[in-house]
Design a protein around this ligand. Sequence first.
Ligand SMILES: [Zn+2]
Length: 384
Amino acid sequence: MGTAFKLFTVSGIAIRMHITFPLILIWAAIQFGLLAGTGWVGAWFGVIVVTLLFVIVTLHELGHSYAALFYGVPVKQIVLLPIGGVAQLKEIPENPTQEFVIAIAGPAVNFGLAIILGLIAWAFNIAILNPIDVLEGLERITFTQIFTYVFIYNIFLALFNLLPAFPMDGGRVLRALLATRLEYSRATSISASVGRGMAWLLGLWGFLGGGFFLIIIAFFIYIGASQEEAQVKTRSLLRGYTVADAYSRQARTLPPESTLGDAIQLTLTSLQACFPVCDGQRLVGMLTYPRLVESLNKYDVNTPIADVMLRDVEAVAPDDDLFAVQAKLQTSQLDTLPVMDNGRFLGIITSRDINEIYRLLSIDPDIITMRRRNWDADNRFDAF
Ligand SMILES: [Zn+2]
């Protein structure tokens, strides 16, 4: 995520703050100070408790992350956004027990903290106040007030995240529980429907006076539920299919000594807009369409491709899993990846190729299997 910068690293996990994150602190100052009528004291109070809220959110995400690492699932990073935190895992395990433990670990951290804070309050006689009373008579900031908010935030985070709606933890918990008895995609569909129902209720509550924030959260839940369902459907449809089933054999390539002018010519006269750059059978780079346009703004048409092409492009192999390649296309932000077999260039695979096979499989999974044998035969006479 290029729009987030790193704060620090814990156990190899980078904690990043999204560029829009400070918005929530401004919101807190306005909400607690201006709207609550408590002036600067309230504004400062808001900034302090919301900052602490995000410390708690980070601990919550670390709960998910350590549980994931326990099962050997790599954690890419934790990103803090104005609406909450996200622990980005390399993959969500389909094993219901693992998904259940990873999902529940976040709220468990908050419940744990709430119990510890409750015991501290009991041992040291700290009064847990009513948060609304705190705001009404706010003339100076005290430890007890902040303690109250931190305590309540933990309980709120645990309960809120356990709402049975994707992308909340409760949605994953629900799916994991259903998946112990039902097929994984069926369990996902049911959880996604529950999530969408939940989103409608939250949105309605927001419209009826619950506030704008609820409407935004309802919107994210609705989108999150649908995305999760679509992703699981894609994965189950593409299971067992590889790059060899979908890649384009008749890909046009450019030699490194060709020019930007040659690339324009080829772009206009072929179906492709992204070209692997090959020195004989060896792949040396890629010229993407955005890179071509960018280069034409800086250099003249006689510039050799070798000077402007992308280097270190990750290639995929014919027996690579299609779903994994789709994820790779998304994260690399390239529309096309070269297909290589033992150093030999075979062709290209694009998001469009994967969408095509996905559409066909949605109609009838047997369409592709029937064609497979013929493709293998074609391949033997392939020119590449
Ligand atoms: Zn969580």
